[in-house]
Design a protein around this ligand. Structure first.
Ligand code: URA
Length: 216
């Protein structure tokens, strides 16, 4: 599903099931095991939605009834790139759908001196420029880290239109800022929240995703 007025944003179908999953992970009383379980279910849906947008070519196979079936086959190879740490929570969902998928990592942290995001580490597949890239980060808040990570991918030769940025929750201003920098990257998300608070947490959001997934 495409969203108006956002171009190149694919919002998951807001079914009762999906809203129910979000209700669980947004609830501050949800236990960590449940947070992980239900976040993983949403992540799986995001990956499946991302895969829906990959190009295919016709492929005819013969079935066990010895009749032809006119189907399709995916074109090209994909890889995942997670933004450490919270993005790593999305790797398993990608592996569940794409066996033996290559996964790279990017570490961006706040520079204590400048208070701006700084690239600390990148490890990406050698042939990333020839792949479709699923960029993984669960929350798009200000867009600072996502923009820096996407910049790294583009400097490595990935075409913006081959990048799919998967996240669970976006802010409107995060989408605007990200797409002002990279209009051709497709954002695949399950929720668009109304804004950010003074600490740059999404509202209503769910708090710190990494803390809830890995620590609390
Ligand atoms: N990162 C998070 O984990 N939560 C937010 O609300 C914003 C950024």
């Amino acid at each position: 599903m495409s969203t108006e007025p956002f171009k190149n944003v694919h919002l998951l179908n807001q079914s009762n099931q999906l809203v129910g999953l979000y209700t669980i992970i947004r609830d501050k009383n949800t236990s960590r095991p449940d947070f992980i379980f239900y976040s993983d279910r949403i992540i799986r849906l995001l990956v499946e939605e991302g895969l829906n947008h990959l190009p295919v070519e016709p492929l005819t196979v013969r079935t066990h009834t010895d009749k032809p079936f006119d189907g399709v086959s995916f074109m090209g190879k994909i890889c995942g790139v997670s933004i450490i740490r919270a993005g790593e929570s999305m790797e398993e969902g990608l592996r569940d759908c794409c066996r033996s998928v290559r996964i790279g990592k990017i570490l961006i942290q706040r520079d204590e001196e400048t208070a701006k995001p700084k690239l600390f580490f990148e490890k990406l597949p050698e042939d990333i420029a020839q792949r479709y890239v699923f960029l993984l980060d669960p929350m798009l808040a200000t867009g600072g880290s996502a923009i820096m990570a996407t910049d790294v991918l583009i400097k490595r030769g990935v075409k913006p239109e081959r990048i799919y940025f998967l996240n669970l929750i976006c802010s409107k201003e995060g989408i605007d800022k990200y797409h002002a920098a990279f209009p051709d990257v497709k954002i695949v998300t399950g929720a668009i929240d109304r804004g950010l608070d003074e600490n740059r947490y999404l509202i209503p959001g769910l708090g710190d995703f990494g803390d809830r997934y890995y620590c609390l």
